[in-house]
Design a protein around this ligand. Structure first.
Ligand code: ZN
Length: 134
């Protein structure tokens, strides 16, 4: 498996609109678009910064994993996404190395990426997203 970059850092927020006051107006990082990912019951906003991006995640339903995260831990850093060249191969490697995968197969992520999550229990306490972009 070949990790090539920090693709993005996901941050759980109650409201993207409110969060943007801080990220855009205070920090000056522009949002380039908002997309709803119905499969994960979230709305996402992307704020590119250098070679990586900040991804704001707002739950769109009470049973959204992000809603549960906010309920338990409050708003804040939710996951770290590492870009890989071949996601299917990376998942096979991770599995062979005893990692606990949340997604055994790639699924659709915001911006048309193929993504899969690795459980924090086997990833140093970090919810790890593997991401492959065209
Ligand atoms: Zn993400």
């Amino acid at each position: 498996m070949k990790p090539t970059a920090v693709d993005h850092i996901g941050i759980a927020v109650k409201s993207i609109e409110e969060a943007l006051t801080f990220w855009e107006k205070t920090l000056g990082i522009s949002c380039t678009g908002v997309e709803e990912v119905s499969e994960q019951k979230v709305k996402t906003a992307f704020l590119p910064l250098g070679d990586t991006e900040i991804e704001l995640l707002e739950p769109t339903a009470e049973d959204s994993p992000v809603a549960k995260f906010i309920e338990k831990k409050g708003e804040g850093i939710h996951h770290l996404a590492i870009r890989v060249e071949n996601l299917e191969e990376a998942l096979e490697t991770m599995k062979a190395r005893g990692m606990r995968l949340i997604d055994e197969k790639p699924r659709y992520g915001a911006g048309g990426a193929k993504i899969a999550f690795v459980h924090p229990k086997t990833a140093g306490g970090v919810l790890l997203e593997l991401s492959e972009r065209e």
